[in-house]
Design a protein around this ligand. Structure first.
Ligand code: XMP
Length: 328
């Protein structure tokens, strides 16, 4: 694709000019398409002066940190540090069930971790970390503008108006957003051009706060574990059925309300798993993915049988709007 290779060349040049010959850049990565493509672009431009940080917030999916480390560090040659802050995140989320407060706490904690990392890098390199990379896309920019009415924000998105702005204010970091004018399909094309694997390029988006916004209400380690196991079953069955690439985004969430069921010969009173999967072009509008009843029934049976503490599974049929893609 001629336009994309042109874009890569121009962007690398722009980054080099902006950062200069000594500048150090910090960037958060999640293993998702956007942050990986942005990180790869930075690595092509300035090598190990780009420092990628993956924060384990205790709300990642099954085996996710190990997998991201393998791909970004070993396969893509990105200078990566994994920071395990899971206990701190889970401790801070204790007792908090308000979605916006959960998001704000997580955002704030991420900032603490990044500030500490910036200081470490500066101590090692004797040079200031001046820039912070963000894999913000065009729809993120649009949504954070259009979602802000005169007095309300629908959701505190971590990409825009959140972490970066506060890092900029508190630490004097300037922002680099190489993907700011691109749509998701263009970012995927960019990834392919930079030899990022088809599997990673095709990965569904995953929100910064992770499973914390897919465990409705208060987050505990046990609830995250239930959502994580159910999600892994759902996604692996989607992959086995060959449906993954046809779906925009899919996940399992945990509803902490309980329902009565009968398992074996015992009455149980246990949690509910909500399955969400959507078709979308740009993640600004979406419709529920039309699975067959047979498929959904199989997923439900496996989740109830294999995930302790769960006795029911529901499928979310809400479009966006009025629903959002995430539950919180
Ligand atoms: P909603 O729920 O607003 O989500 O319809 C639209 C898209 O954005 C993702 N999302 C996030 N991504 N940090 C992110 O990096 C966040 O805080 C966040 N919240 C939602 C969501 O997964 C969907 O793809």
């Amino acid at each position: 694709n001629w336009t994309m290779s042109e874009f890569i060349g121009q962007e690398i040049k722009r980054i080099r000019d902006l950062v200069g010959p000594q500048g150090q850049v910090l960037g958060a990565v999640s293993g998702g398409v956007d942050s990986t493509v942005a990180a790869k672009l930075m690595t092509e431009a300035i090598g190990d002066r780009f420092h990628a940080v993956l924060v384990d917030n205790g709300c990642m999916r099954l085996n996710e940190c190990a997998l991201v480390k393998k791909v970004l560090q070993d396969q893509l040659g990105i200078n990566l540090t994994v920071v395990d802050a899971s206990e701190e995140f889970l401790a801070g989320l204790k007792g908090e069930s308000d979605p916006e407060k959960k998001r704000k706490f997580i955002g704030g904690k991420f900032i603490d971790v990044f500030e500490a990392e910036a200081k470490k890098i500066e101590a090692q390199n004797n040079g200031k970390v001046e820039f912070f990379l963000q894999g913000t896309l065009y729809p993120d920019v649009i949504e954070s503008i259009s979602f802000k009415g005169p007095s309300q924000t629908i959701k505190t998105h971590h990409n825009v108006g959140g972490i970066a702005e506060r890092l900029m204010a508190g630490h004097g970091l300037k922002l680099i957003e190489p993907l700011r004018e691109l749509f998701k399909d263009e970012v995927r094309e960019l990834g392919r051009q930079m030899n990022i694997s088809a599997e990673l390029v095709g990965r569904h988006p995953f929100p910064g706060p992770g499973l914390a916004i897919r465990v409705l209400g208060e987050v505990t380690k046990e609830k995250v574990e239930m959502a994580r196991k159910a999600d892994n079953i759902f996604i692996s069955m989607i992959r086995e059925a060959g449906l993954y690439d046809d779906i925009g985004q899919a996940y399992a969430a945990l509803d902490p309300s309980r329902a009565v069921g009968v398992m074996g010969d015992k009455r149980v009173y246990a949690n509910i798993i909500l399955l969400r999967a959507i078709s979308t072009r740009d993640f600004m509008t979406a419709t529920p993915y039309p699975f067959s009843y047979e498929f959904l029934t199989k997923v439900s049976t496996r989740i109830v049988n294999e995930v302790d503490g769960v006795c029911r599974v529901c499928y979310d049929f809400t479009s966006k709007p009025p629903g959002t893609i995430e539950m919180e």
